[in-house]
Design a protein around this ligand. Structure first.
Ligand code: F6P
Length: 342
């Protein structure tokens, strides 16, 4: 088979390991040939490609980022016939199918193309771990490790200066990174979008921690809004897709906490540091297994489907399972964490 492969959406540690896993498996088992599209769907639409021979993936699983580049463009952006553009590029290079590696937006586009007759399969990706179709996405474990290390560092400087430290981690609509890194670092309050605390509750936990002679450590997911947020407290920019551009809730909360508790408070936004750098061993293994499994899926004729992790097994499910179905932190996991607050 001649297989096209693309990485689309926000980058994520492990993308290169998927590419390596797919190319090694396809080359060895099926004598497949691989063509990479540059910068996600943009490379397909504008016909910008790069052959990926086996030697090109040597040593790739430990590298962060993606050798193919990524973007948030998609074939349906402009009102033109997106599927026709994609089919034209596939025909021009005799490509039999596309492996699309991406999050919900990418997999939504992949499914739309599949409905329009484009041969495509998917690999789920997101540091946020917000896809219900799979138990874990690669990149999440790396992001949690980076966030945990950063929280440990913030705790140390907070203790030295007797300050409250507020750290903002990624999580557009779900609080998985905040929950896991916060628990790992022993944070005193964790604020996630699914179960928003009020400003009063946050300040109570901060005060209780302070009263025990500890420097309070507050972790907040970027998509969090306090349940009692006054009108206009949070005023985000939106990106070209109308989604909030985050990077503000920690700076918004810190002065409020300081004013209400009288404890000197500092804010830190970890931002894209959580997405860059080398994947952890866990993410390399998961991503490699996804890459190998998606090639098998193609050879089984599984178009319109994607690979997923269920327990410890790699399975395949329809692309539609990745769409409009965010995996939120369940109540029992939240209560478990909240038992340790303060
Ligand atoms: O979806 C993954 C994610 O890292 C979110 O946590 C974050 O809100 C967003 O991407 C940032 O996107 P961009 O890289 O476009 O700023």
């Amino acid at each position: 088979m001649k297989i096209g492969i693309l990485t689309s959406g926000g980058d994520c540690p492990g993308l290169n390991a998927v590419i390596r896993g797919a190319v090694r498996k396809g080359d060895k088992t099926y004598e497949d040939e691989f063509i990479g599209f540059l910068d996600g769907w943009r490379g397909v639409i504008e016909d910008e490609i790069m052959p990926i021979p086996r030697r090109k993936v040597q040593g790739l699983s430990r590298l962060g980022g993606t050798i193919l580049g990524s973007s948030r463009s998609n074939p349906f952006h402009d009102d033109g016939d997106g599927a026709a553009l994609v089919k034209r590029t596939l025909e021009a290079h005799d490509i039999d199918a596309i492996i699309a590696i991406g999050g919900d937006g990418t997999l939504y586009t992949a499914n739309r193309l599949f409905q329009a007759g484009v041969p495509v399969v998917g690999v789920p990706k997101t540091v946020d771990n917000d896809l219900d179709a799979t138990d874990y996405t690669f990149g999440f474990n790396t992001a949690v490790e980076i966030a945990t290390e950063s929280l440990d560092r913030l705790r140390i400087t907070g203790e030295s200066h007797h300050r409250c430290m507020v750290a903002e981690v990624m999580g557009r609509s779900v609080g998985w990174i905040a929950l896991h890194s916060g628990m790992a670092a022993g944070a005193h309050v964790i604020c996630i979008p699914e179960f928003p605390l009020s400003i009063d509750e946050i300040c109570e936990y901060v005060q209780a921690t302070w009263d025990r002679k500890r420097a309070p450590l507050v972790v907040v997911a970027e998509g969090f809004t306090p349940k009692d947020a006054p009108e206009g407290l949070i005023d985000y920019d939106v990106d070209e897709f109308g989604r909030p551009r985050f990077g503000g809730i920690a700076q918004t909360l810190a002065p409020i906490i300081e004013q209400r508790t009288g404890i000197e408070t500092r804010a830190t936004v970890l931002g894209h540091i959580q997405r860059g750098g080398e994947p952890t061993g866990f993410d390399r293994v998961l991503a490699t297994r996804f890459g190998m499994a998606v090639v098998d899926l193609l050879h089984r004729g599984g178009l319109g489907r994607m690979v997923a992790l269920r327990g410890t097994d790699i399975v395949d499910v329809p692309l539609t399972e990745a769409i409009d179905n965010p995996k939120r932190v369940p109540l029992e996991r939240w209560e478990e964490a909240a038992d340790l607050f303060g």
